[in-house]
Design a protein around this ligand. Structure first.
Ligand code: TPP
Ligand code: MG
Length: 417
């Protein structure tokens, strides 16, 4: 009998630099297409919801269907402001990186709706376990609650200057703010998923009412931590939102490198018995509604939810990356789900609550605010103007009781040896 020669399916992106962008693999259903299930619906009700794309805003900015959130125009305008501020912050800090004033920066351009809407939905005391692409959580938290790190604090951390609350011990953009419920970002991808599930389990063990929310990228779902976290979430049913930001890219690897093309990232959750939604991540109303649904489900003790946000990473992966080397030029302009700021602006104009003039004024105001803050932050030092910090501060905040061998080193510094 003739033997079949075995082979592997090695994923290849549809397009390369020089090709026209092609997003034919993203099937986009009409807005308002999906049912909104009960918080305790059986997992079988999520087969379709984890495979399609839940959308509220249609192409004209009109809201459709059961997933429309009950939300005031003022709340939406706050969300718009937070997104515009996040984008202004990203643009300014990337410029500062290009000027050599910090070693590294990462933007979340095109993905702002996800962190901003979710920060608005969760409450003080809840806990986020984010990745490096959710600066909007901190920016929104400061805007709506006035707690946690300010935008100025974030800038000082990026500049590793004398205002850096982390004293230069973290890579730029790896923020940490207990008051904002923002767990320290880790460079080791995936670790935050298990930590979030553990934190949520602890909240339930203590009979507390606080919930956790964590984020992971499409590429990082290939880490074993993702699956360990899902196993515990599946078995113990803790109050946690498990966000997967599918922005189509993991540095230079396309999203298909981490998933089977027959299925979706969200659908993996159904296999674990966890209710899972796949949502238009550039539709602020859909993000708000799905986040609220998952938060309410967790608060009512029904357990975890996985949400895959279908979005697009408009910028390079980081300041060290050059996307023109691996993806078609202007791919972001061809992304079929548009831009989250443009879409919410159009919706607010449709509601009669906003105008293009107001929008232009908002963008100008945010740029000026960020520019002024960044000038102040640079006065506390940067890579081209090193901060004046005492050498022995490197020992601060590491040990509760400084061990004897380090005490000796401190004494040597004090003696000027
Ligand atoms: C455990 C681990 N493996 C690899 C890396 C290197 N790395 C940093 S970011 C990144 C891509 C992650 O892509 P994705 O999860 O899709 O997130 P995105 O950057 O798109 O937001 C990789 C491979 C790392 N930091 N940690
Ligand atoms: Mg990604």
């Amino acid at each position: 009998m003739k033997k079949t020669p075995l082979s592997l399916r090695v994923p290849e992106p549809l397009t390369r630099p020089g090709d026209a962008p092609d997003f034919s693999y993203v099937q986009i259903p009409p807005a308002g297409n999906d049912k909104k299930p009960a918080h305790n619906a059986p997992v079988s009700e999520f087969n379709d919801l984890s495979k399609g794309i839940i959308r509220v805003l249609d192409d004209a900015g009109h809201p459709q269907g059961e997933w429309q959130p009950t939300v005031s125009a003022d709340t939406l305008i706050t969300g718009l402001k937070a997104m515009v501020k996040t984008r202004a912050y990203d643009d300014r800090m990337m410029l500062i990186q290009r000027q050599g004033k910090t070693s590294f920066f990462m933007k979340s351009t095109g993905e702002e709706a996800i962190s901003v809407a979710q920060a608005m939905v969760l409450k003080q005391g809840d806990m986020f376990f984010p990745t490096y692409r959710q600066a909007g959580l901190l920016i929104t938290n400061e805007m709506i609650r006035g707690t946690g790190w300010s935008t100025f604090d974030m800038m000082c951390q990026v500049l590793s200057n004398s205002g850096d609350k982390l004293k230069g011990r973290q890579l730029p953009i790896m923020y940490s703010s207990k008051d904002a419920g923002f767990f320290s970002i880790s460079g080791n991808l995936g670790t935050q998923y298990t930590q979030a599930v553990g934190w949520a389990m602890a909240s339930a063990i203590k009979k507390d009412s606080k919930i956790a929310s964590t984020f992971i990228g499409d590429g990082s779902t290939a880490e074993s931590d993702f699956h360990a976290a899902l196993t515990f979430a599946s078995v113990y049913n803790p109050p946690v939102i498990l966000n997967v930001t599918n922005n189509q890219w993991a540095i230079s690897s396309f999203q298909g490198i981490a998933n089977n093309p027959e299925t979706t990232f969200a659908a993996r959750g159904v296999g674990y018995g966890i209710p899972s939604l796949r949502v238009d991540g550039n539709d602020f109303l859909a993000v708000y509604a799905a986040s609220e649904w998952a938060a309410d489900r967790a608060r009512n003790n029904f357990g975890p939810t996985i949400i895959e946000w279908v979005t697009y990473r408009s910028s390079g992966h980081s300041s060290s990356d050059d996307p023109s080397k691996y993806r078609p030029k202007d791919e972001e302009k061809a992304w079929p789900l548009g831009d989250p700021i443009d879409r919410l602006r159009e919706h607010l104009i449709y509601l009669g609550e906003w105008s293009q003039e107001q929008h232009d004024a908002l963008e100008k105001e945010m740029k000026e605010e960020i520019m002024a803050l960044s000038k102040e932050a640079q006065k506390l030092g940067s890579l081209t103007d090193l901060p004046d910090l005492p050498m022995k501060c490197m020992f601060d905040d590491v040990y509760k009781d400084i061990p004897p061998h380090l005490q000796k080193q401190i004494q040597r510094i004090e003696r000027g040896e």
